[in-house]
Every structure is written in C-alpha cells, then in structure tokens.
Design a protein around this ligand. Structure first.
Ligand code: F6P
Length: 556
C-alpha cells in the first residue's frame, strides 16, 4: 500500500467520507445561512463560490491537512525557486518566470533567466508592432492581413483560446487562423481563403520536430512557393517560435525572425512564452502583457495566500475529494461565455497531459486514482446536449461553471438569460427535486392520480451534485491570465498530492514512435504481418484501396 493511502490525513478523509456521504447539500444550506460567505473567496475581480460542494468545515480542514501533509508549500517553493522538479527529464518548471512582472531574479542552474525572458518579450513587442503598424510588409509591399499559426498541443491551444476569447480586442482588418491537425483538410481549408502576399505564417513548435507541425509547415511553404515562386520571399512571410533555433534556421527561417524559449517551459505551459507571439500580433503587445500580469497576480496569490484562502489549492483539494473519495471519474468545465468555448479543450491538455499518470515520483505504480477526465462545453449549449446526464445519470460529474458578471456584447436580454441559466443549473444540480415537490407540481397541473403514478419517479431529481462557480467582472486579458494560471496551479497541487510528475508526457511520445513504424509499412505495396492481427488487418485494408489505381491518384 502506498504511503499516501496509509497516511493519517488520507485515512481521516476516508473516515469522514463515511460520515458525510449521505448528507444532502440542501440540508447543509438550510442549516447554515452563512454557507455562501463561509465557502466563497475573492481574488481581484474573481469570485470563487465553492459552497455548492459536499463539504463541511471539517471536510475543508481535513483536505487542508492532506495538502500540508503533501508539503504543498515546500513543493511550491521548489517550483518558484527553479529546482528541477520535472524529475524524469531533469528540468526546472518555470513558466512563472515568463510572467514575472516583478522582475525579481529567477535562477536556473545558477543563472538569472529574467534577462533572456525580457529580451524575447522586447523582440516580440518590436516585431508585433512592426507588423500591426504596417511597417513590416509582405514581399511585394502588401500589408499583413492574415496570421496563420501552425502548431499543435501547447503550441496551438493556449494562443488559440486567448485569441478567440479576446477577439473583440483584435486589430481591425487582421485575421488569425490556427492550423494544427495532420489531416491536410485543416491546412487546405484555411488556405482556400487567404493569399500569400498578405499572409504571415508563425511556425510554433517547442521541439521543431513534431511531425504534424513540420508536415503543415512544409506544405504551407510549398503552397507559398508554388504561388509566389520566390525563395527570398519566405523571410517576409515565415517566422518561427522554438527552443530549437538550429532546426528553425534549417527550415529556412531568417534567424532574426526566430523567437526563442527554453526547455524549462513545458509545452502545455508555454502560452506565456514566445508561443504567445500570435497573441501579440493579433491583440497587441499591451494586451499580451496584461495577460501576463493577470497570471503573475495569480502566481503571487498562489505563492502567498494561506492554503485555506488559496483559490488553486481549494479547487485542487475539492477535486481530490471527489476523485479519490467519491470515485468521480471526470470533471466538467462549463464556461457560460461563447468567447471561452475553447477553454475545455485547453484545460484538457493542461490537466490530462499533466496528471494522466500511473507511476509515482518514486517509480511505483499508484494504488489510487490520479487525474480526472476533463470535458465540457460552453453554456447554454451543453444544457441541450449532455446536462441530462449531470442531472439524472448514474455518474457524478463535479463541474466548474465560469461566467462573467457583465457581457462584452450587451444585446437585449441575452446576458440576463445566459446568466440565469448558469445559476439555475448549479442550483438544480445542488437542490434536486424531492418526491413531494414533484407531486405538488403535477397536482397543480391537474394530472390524474394514475398519470402521476406513472411518471413521478422520472421527475424526481437526487440533486447533491457538486459545482464551483467562478465569476468575474468581465472577460479581460488580465482576468483570463489569472484564470488560466489558477488552473495551472490547481493541476500542480493535485500532482503533488498524488506524488506524480505533472511535467512529462511519455505516453504521447510512445504513440509518436509507433506511428513512424506504421507510416513506413504503409509506403510499401504488399501485406504486412509484423504487428498484432488487428493492426496488420487495418494496415492491409487501407493498402488495398491505396495501391489500387495509384497511377491515377496523387500519392499521400
Ligand atoms: O503532445 C505532446 C507534445 O509534446 C505536447 O506536450 C506539446 O504541447 C505538443 O506535443 C507540441 O510539441 P511541440 O511544441 O514541440 O511541437
């Protein structure tokens, strides 16, 4: 049995679960009129209401005991102090340095990295301002009107969620696209609507070796050269963001247009680095810096607030409560904001690539559940798709509901409707509907006894479904920066409690190697038998179609 499962704090929570598991939140609210005041906290304009959780003062105390037993404060210090806490790759984890607006020195291997960080920020400012002002032009003198970011995973999802959610701040006349998928459709469909003369490609890849990104980058380059026919023009239309400067140069990018970052920045934590270049291009450097400032605010809060008032710690420990004691398998992210529709996908990578682990820091198989399945959708759309399962399904899905108090688009009654739906859902999930309440409703509708008996059980809702509500004044770069950093630290805290390394992703690497082998098999005619029978069968089935009539088709 692992030390964690054996530990006093874990066992105390296990015993407490038995005490509390049948208590209904409805009664908790009835018994304590101060429950909202007690279980909510503010930071800047962000309110976290966690009162609709299956907790009491005692639960929270025990969860914080577990956090302290896991030495969250110590590990937090190690991360901010640049210690190589990514133990399987021997690397520091210093995305916090990228948004360190205090400029206090941050040391990696005895060197202050802030000089390099600030130099790249200045380079981003210089370049983005030249593009946005029209000083930087395409090869024939045309102003840049379209930016296409080519990247995947952290080199796509972070800048994409920020650009999408802040689109009202974008420069007029400037368009941005994000191409990530190896499926050529993604690139082909994007290129259909653009012209090379006013398009700037940003090739974003930490490694500059990711197959999908390199494939898309080379295809984009070919498209460009086929239309323009001038190698020299590449320098005006292709820039790169990478830790691998040499590979970017080899691709043909002018070294002055390569924006660097460092191996102490994980891919899924990289939007604060030069990977944020598309943000600066599309929204302007001032807004990118506001985003960094918001994240830095949250870093200070995470580093300084007592655990009991620390938003990332509270969210993390509530997640552990459901994941490990209620056996909840997933966690929902429901942004009631169309601008934040990309948030669930962004948080999927952040959380699931970080904490989807089975082996602990000591190399042992864990005997407890680690990271949950993250999923969700913007409200109110989700209500008409999968919320039925949240209300009456058999699986618990603790969820975060995010909503701005004020809309960016105050049109008629839209925001009032959106807002009331958000609150109605969390209220219904918490309260449920009792048998007597359902009966009274049906009686009021004038239903007969026989009719009521037939359907009443279907109209009863258990309730007692936990949610957090995260409300903020309005969606600004600063608030978004703080929210994204809040989730990063939540994931960090959970990883520490579960004693796993949240900063590697070996599972993903394994898939990449196998894809390379299968790719080679697909290139040759004739059946293969070197895999398992399923993989052989699937490879051979595809070959049957591929090699038939190959002479009349373009090979792919
Ligand atoms: O999916 C694995 C991964 O390494 C992610 O962690 C990363 O964000 C993504 O691939 C892209 O990697 P790169 O930026 O090196 O192209």
């Amino acid at each position: 049995m692992s030390d964690l499962i054996n530990s006093p704090a874990w066992n105390a929570l296990k015993a407490h679960y038995e005490e509390i598991k049948d208590t209904h939140m409805r009664d908790m609210f009835n018994d304590d009129p101060e429950r909202f005041e007690k279980f909510s906290t503010n930071f800047n304009d962000i309110l976290l209401d966690y009162s609709k959780n299956r907790i009491t003062d005692k639960t929270l105390g025990l969860l914080m005991d577990l956090a302290r037993q896991s030495d969250i404060e110590g590990w937090r210090g190690k991360m901010f102090g640049g210690e190589p806490i990514n133990c399987t790759e021997g690397r520091s984890v210093l995305h916090v340095a990228l948004r360190n607006r205090s400029n206090q020195p941050v040391m990696v291997d005895g060197e202050n990295v802030m000089q390099d960080v600030n130099a790249v920020l200045a380079q981003i400012r210089g370049f983005s301002e030249r593009v946005r002002s029209g000083e930087w032009r395409g090869y024939n003198g045309e102003r840049i009107k379209t930016i296409i970011n080519i990247g995947i995973g952290g080199s796509d999802l972070g800048p994409k969620v920020v650009c999408e959610s802040m689109s009202p701040l974008a420069q007029r006349g400037l368009k941005i696209h994000f191409v990530s998928n190896a499926d050529a459709t993604h690139l082909v469909e994007t290129l259909k609507f653009v012209v090379p003369e006013n398009t700037l490609f940003v090739i974003s890849s930490k490694s500059f070796a990711t197959q999908e990104t390199m494939l898309n980058a080379h295809s984009a380059r070919k498209w460009f050269l086929d239309l323009v026919g001038n190698e020299k023009a590449i320098a005006r239309h292709f820039v790169a963001v990478s830790t691998n400067i040499e590979a970017a140069k080899e691709f043909g990018i002018d070294p002055r247009n390569v924006f660097e970052f460092w191996d102490w920045v994980g891919g899924r934590y990289s939007l604060w680095s030069a990977i944020g270049l598309p943000i600066a291009l599309y929204l302007g450097m001032d807004h990118f810096e506001e985003l960094l400032a918001g994240a830095h605010d949250m870093d200070r809060h995470f580093a300084e607030a007592p655990l009991e008032q620390n938003m990332p710690v509270i969210l993390a420990m509530l997640g552990i409560w459901y994941n490990n004691f209620f056996d909840a398998q997933s966690h929902g992210i429901m942004p009631y904001s169309q601008y934040l529709q990309g948030l669930p996908a962004y948080l999927q990578q952040l959380d699931m690539e970080s904490n989807g682990k089975t082996i602990d820091r000591g190399g042992h198989r864990v005997d407890y559940l680690t990271g949950p399945i993250i999923w969700g959708q913007s409200g109110t759309n989700g209500q008409h798709a999968f919320f039925q399962l949240l209300h009456q399904g058999t699986k618990p899905v603790p969820s975060d509901f995010l909503i701005p108090a004020l809309s960016q688009n105050p049109l008629g009654l839209h925001h009032r409707v959106l807002f009331s739906n958000c609150l109605a859902q969390t209220k219904a999930l918490m309260l449920g509907k009792k048998y007597t309440e359902a009966l009274a409703e049906m009686e009021a509708e004038g239903m007969s006894k026989a009719e009521m008996e037939e359907v009443i059980q279907h109209k009863v809702f258990d309730g007692n479904k936990p949610t957090n509500t995260i409300m903020f004044e309005r969606l600004t770069p600063r608030t978004l920066g703080a929210i994204l950093a809040m989730y990063e630290h939540k994931v960090f805290v959970q990883g520490i409690v579960w004693n796993i390394n949240s900063f590697d992703q070996w599972g993903v690497e394994y898939g990449k190697v196998l894809a390379g082998q299968i790719q080679q098999d697909l290139a040759q005619p004739g059946d293969v038998d070197n895999h398992d029978s399923s993989t052989n069968g699937l490879v051979n089935y595809r070959k049957k179609f591929y090699f038939k009539n190959l002479d009349t088709r373009k090979p792919d």
